[in-house]
Design a protein around this ligand. Structure first.
Ligand SMILES: [Zn+2]
Length: 106
């Protein structure tokens, strides 16, 4: 399904863009390995798909359907941005939600 590939590719491209941007703006002692792990792990938010039937259906909108993809979780993710050590995890999650939301508009 081409939509699936676009979805996965857009997530990966975004992770790459954030990564390069962070390398650009941060200082030399920036732990890029840890930040990369956090960014990649942010996609684990999709674990809540396991609660839905079917587990993966690209024609449906993930936002507000899955617990971790709900708007009421958004403030928690936003606050997480201010915990410097883990900010990349929450940045990745917010980007993930925005990309999932684009799928809802198509
Ligand atoms: Zn998702």
């Amino acid at each position: 399904m081409p939509n699936t590939l676009i979805h996965i590719a857009s997530n990966l491209i975004l992770v790459g863009v954030i990564y390069l941007f962070s390398k650009y703006i941060t200082k030399k002692n920036f732990d890029w390995k840890f930040a990369s792990i956090l960014l990649i792990s942010s996609n684990l938010i999709d674990i809540d798909h396991l609660l839905a039937t079917p587990i993966y259906d690209l024609t449906r909108c993930s936002i507000n359907l899955h617990p971790l993809h709900s708007w009421y979780m958004f403030p928690i993710y936003f606050i997480g941005l201010f915990f410097k050590k883990y900010s990349f995890l929450f940045l990745g999650i917010i980007m993930h939600l925005l990309l999932d939301y684009i799928d809802c508009l198509i």
